[in-house]
Write a protein that binds this ligand. Structure first.
Ligand code: ATP
Ligand code: MG
Length: 570
């Protein structure tokens, strides 16, 4: 391919709003352009790489026995009402009405559409197992779109859905997809881990996320040498502290704390450490409001709150709701005297003989509070987020916490959707049963961005060969020199005939510009043709990632480059 004919605009400057390196480099290397907030166009170079990820995914999905379909982006509200998600999916779901006034949405995911399809087409145990996937555009009206295509509003996802007769067959399907995902991310050249995860808005009972380890990741994963790994949203905290002795704690004492709202203000004012304070948070869930207490140096975990109540969502309540439940303005909430909501305490509070907490009235806190003596909590639970150095839930070791980018997520759905939407089949005995489902997603664009997060240097992208838009770039330094161009075109033609993807930089630019752009674009192998080398019958070869340079004779260059690329394809 000739650079001069391509829409391949490279830029020296980072876009102002780009926070992470993949966003900066994808923009500067002409891979993507922004249309509006969280909405991007894939440019020729970016699309070539995107399609490589898609090809790898397709091959592994097909190999695992999944069949490709393509479902619509626009979905009728009725299906979402059937599944029960219309009411709680929230603002991420882009809803609108068509000209007939019918409620619709842009699909953020396709459980409803596929369950409806399968319910109409699959009626017998003989038609299963079946696994259907698509690579298709999703829309999620993300509250904070950022990092370019990593967290965009419109994005391409591979989503697969499995349908089985029972739990054990569904477990096999899950295992197959887990293995296929391992292969996809290995073939993309990524360093990743599969960790236990919360099921979020998709629901179901069991799930794993595939995390690309990178410091820019929005997720945190807790891992232990024993092999345990989980998203911190999900990771269980094993409470190993025992119960403190509260028998000699003095009586509860009300303390005036005018204007002391934050943990820092309260601890300074009362001369206590955050470890001795219980912070009280009110969550709004679809099962009502709930009051949670955790040690003030710990973080309350919304996913654990949600799961404790069996709710579909849990998020911090509004100031008005806090006032309603506690009778106090934000900053003075406490667990004592709550009437209209359950009160759960995190296990770590067991380790304190007593604690300081808000008094549920403005400008006051309690000290010497002892649960069981001063008030009766609804229950105790694991409600906080794990952190570095906490005990591993599976062994006697401790966990470390690292950042990761979630590129894939697989779920055991069970019969959540099939029961709600009445997708049933007849078993061998003619008995009607709900189909057992699983669903499996990969963020295609996000995978590509994650690959850049892991493979770049100060000069640009260092594409792993399987994802590179071109595998080899040829840099004739003097395009006005006929002999140079004849050799360059000859190498291009022969490499292309050998099935290698080549970018020939035939632009009449200074060598410095060409070198800079080649580094920015990240083509894995660069062949430079300069006047002096040509006179001696050699080309200069440079590997983008390692920076290794060598001189290769023009007679051997085609074989050399072909072998180099083919060895590194996966
Ligand atoms: P996140 O927690 O990052 O929002 P999610 O749990 O909502 O992700 P899933 O519903 O599991 O994501 O979607 C499957 C995959 O789609 C994710 O693993 C991710 O790779 C990709 N994905 C999800 N949201 C986005 C987005 N806004 N932009 C790009 N890719 C996304
Ligand atoms: Mg999301």
């Amino acid at each position: 391919m000739q650079y001069s004919k391509l829409l391949l605009p490279t830029l020296k400057e980072d876009p102002a709003e780009a926070e992470v390196v993949s966003h900066k480099l994808m923009f500067r290397a002409g891979c993507i352009r922004k249309l509006s907030m969280g909405i991007y166009t894939w440019m020729p170079a970016g699309l070539r790489s995107l399609q490589k990820v898609e090809r790898i995914i397709r091959e592994e999905m097909n190999r695992a026995g999944a069949q490709e379909v393509l479902m619509p982006a626009v979905q009728p509200a009725e299906l979402w009402q059937e599944s029960g998600r219309w009411d709680y999916y929230g603002k991420e779901l882009l809803r609108f009405q068509d000209r007939h006034g019918r409620d619709c949405c842009m699909g953020p995911t396709h459980e409803e559409v596929i369950t409806d399809l399968v319910k109409r087409e699959v009626h017998s145990y003989r038609q299963m197992p079946i696994n259907l996937y698509q690579i298709q555009t999703k829309f999620r009206d993300e509250i904070r779109p950022r990092f370019g295509v990593m967290r965009s509003r419109e994005f391409i996802m591979k989503d697969a859905y499995s349908f089985d007769v029972d739990d054990s067959a569904a477990g096999e399907a899950y295992k197959m997809m887990h293995e296929a995902y391992n292969k996809v991310f290995e073939r993309c050249g990524l360093k990743f881990v599969a960790v236990e995860a919360d099921s979020g808005a998709i629901g179901g009972s069991f799930s794993h996320e595939f995390m690309v380890l990178a410091s820019s990741g929005e997720d945190e994963v807790a891992a232990c040498d024993c092999g345990y790994g989980a998203n911190v949203e999900k990771a269980e905290v094993r409470y190993a502290g025992g119960e403190a002795d509260s028998s000699s704690v003095p009586p509860l004492e009300l303390v005036d704390t005018p204007q002391q709202r934050t943990i820092e203000e309260v601890t300074t004012f009362m001369k206590v450490s955050p470890e001795e304070v219980a912070k009280t948070l009110v969550f709004e869930t679809d099962k009502g409001l709930v009051v949670i207490c955790v040690r003030a140096d710990h973080d309350a975990n919304p996913a654990k709150v949600k799961n404790l109540l069996g709710a579909n969502y849990a998020e911090l309540a509004t100031d008005e709701d806090v006032m309603k439940v506690t009778g106090a303005p934000v900053g003075f909430a406490g667990p004592m005297g709550i009437k209209d909501a359950p009160v759960y305490l995190d296990n770590a509070l067991k380790g304190l003989p007593s604690f300081v907490s808000g008094a549920n009235k403005a400008d006051a806190h309690y000290k010497n509070m002892v649960p069981g003596r001063d008030f009766t909590p609804t229950g105790w639970a694991d409600l906080r987020t794990i952190r570095q150095g906490d005990p591993c839930p599976r062994c006697e070791g401790t966990v470390t916490v690292a950042r990761g980018i979630e590129v894939g997520h697989i779920f055991k759905l069970g019969t959540k959707y099939s029961e709600a939407m009445k997708a049933t089949y007849l078993d061998a005995d003619g008995k009607e049963k709900p189909i057992v489902m699983g669903c499996y997603g990969i963020g295609v664009g996000r995978t590509l961005a994650a690959a850049i997060e892991q493979n770049h240097d100060g000069n640009g992208i260092c594409w792993p060969v399987p994802l590179a838009p071109w595998e080899v770039t040829i840099l004739p330094l003097k395009v006005k020199d006929e002999e140079t161009m004849r050799v360059a075109r000859d190498i291009e033609t022969k490499l292309e005939a050998a099935g290698i993807e080549v970018l020939l930089d035939d632009r009449d630019e200074r060598p410095g510009v060409k070198f800079k752009d080649a580094d920015l674009l990240g083509v894995p192998l660069r062949i430079t043709l300069g006047a002096r080398g040509l006179a001696e019958g050699i080309a200069e070869v440079k590997e983008r990632t390692s920076g290794e340079e060598s001189s290769v004779s023009l007679d051997d260059i085609v074989t050399y480059a072909t072998d180099w690329v083919v060895e590194r394809r996966k």
